[in-house]
Design a protein around this ligand. Structure first.
Ligand SMILES: [Cu+2]
Length: 166
């Protein structure tokens, strides 16, 4: 109890502890959002920003969402006027870096949607990092062609944040 009171007094989030190894991963995920489905079976892209406040590099190695059969990391390049998406194994986030996934660049692809995503709904998206472990964020669905999120989406702080909506 005394420990909890101390943690609250210091503003330390519960669920993390002072005993955690320093620099083992301090990742902040902000503004997770996705585009609504344009057609019933079309894949949908999702975007977010990963900030590495820790002292060490970390890697986003896989993702999952209950709304889709598969969640992939893609690069986005235009070659001979054709948009090419390439599957990435992982994304590295260096210490102090903000990795921004946004339309026309690196993105998350939701493949095999179980139902079309509708503007205004939210869904949990799990990011699995090599060092920080799993972080679950609640992604907000924006209009089909949206270029950016309309409002402040919920964000989540690692390394062991679990499911969070604040
Ligand atoms: Cu893609």
């Amino acid at each position: 109890m005394a420990m909890m009171a101390l943690a609250l007094a210091l503003g330390v989030p519960l669920g993390t502890s002072a005993a955690d190894p320093a620099g083992a991963g301090e990742l902040v995920i902000t503004q997770p959002w996705a585009r609504a489905s344009a057609a019933r079976h079309a894949p949908v892209a999702a975007y977010l920003t990963i900030s590495n406040l820790g002292a060490e590099i970390d890697r986003l190695v896989s993702l999952a969402a209950p709304v889709a059969a598969r969640v992939e990391l893609h690069s986005h390049k235009i070659i001979d006027n054709v948009v090419r998406h390439r599957l990435l194994d992982a994304i590295e986030i260096k210490s102090g870096e903000n990795m921004v996934l946004r339309p026309g660049e690196m993105h998350i692809q939701l493949v095999g949607l179980k139902a079309p995503l509708r503007e205004g709904q939210t869904f949990p998206l799990t990011l699995n990092f090599e060092k920080a472990g799993s972080i679950v964020v609640e992604a907000v669905v924006e209009a089909p062609g949206a270029k950016r999120p309309t409002g402040d989406s919920p964000s989540c702080k690692g390394p062991r944040a679990g499911r969070c909506t604040q």
